[in-house]
Design a protein. Structure first.
Length: 145
């Protein structure tokens, strides 16, 4: 879409350096800039829709990195850094809350009968620590936020 609008600007039928022709201000200042803003809106909408369907933190981090690499305009970069990062943080907090609820539940942790009581509890607790560290490592990989 951007290249199509840029081609229109490239192939204008008048000299853009001629001061007496005021058509340039309308073609570039209004039309082209409005089209670029429309493209920015489409891009931010795509980002928002993508994050609505992401369910795991690792996927959200990967999407955020991809969109950040593609963002060139300041408004899109700002949107990626703020809005999408909020979604990643929200998923992070949900995962931590789930781990906390599992840890603080009154029920006996699920263990095979072959595990000893205290050793099985230690393995179960360690699995929750590994799960929390995996989520933390995904957040730590976002160096640009």
């Amino acid at each position: 879409m951007f290249e199509k609008h840029l081609e229109i600007i490239k192939h204008l039928n008048y000299d853009i350096l001629d001061v007496k022709i005021t058509q340039w201000h309308e073609d570039y200042g209004q039309t082209f800039k409005e089209e670029v803003k429309q493209i920015e809106i489409i891009y931010t909408t795509i980002i928002a829709l993508t994050f609505k369907h992401v369910s795991t933190l690792e996927d959200a981090v990967e999407m955020l990195e991809n969109f950040y690499q593609l963002a060139r305009r300041p408004t899109v970069m700002e949107y990626v850094q703020k809005k999408a990062a909020e979604q990643v943080y929200k998923l992070f907090m949900e995962e931590i809350k789930q781990i906390e609820e599992i840890f603080e539940s009154k029920n006996q942790p699920p263990m095979p009968f072959s595990h000893p009581t205290y050793g099985g509890n230690a393995i179960w607790s360690y699995s929750l620590i590994v799960r929390a560290n995996r989520v933390k490592d995904a957040i730590d990989s976002l160096y640009f936020i």
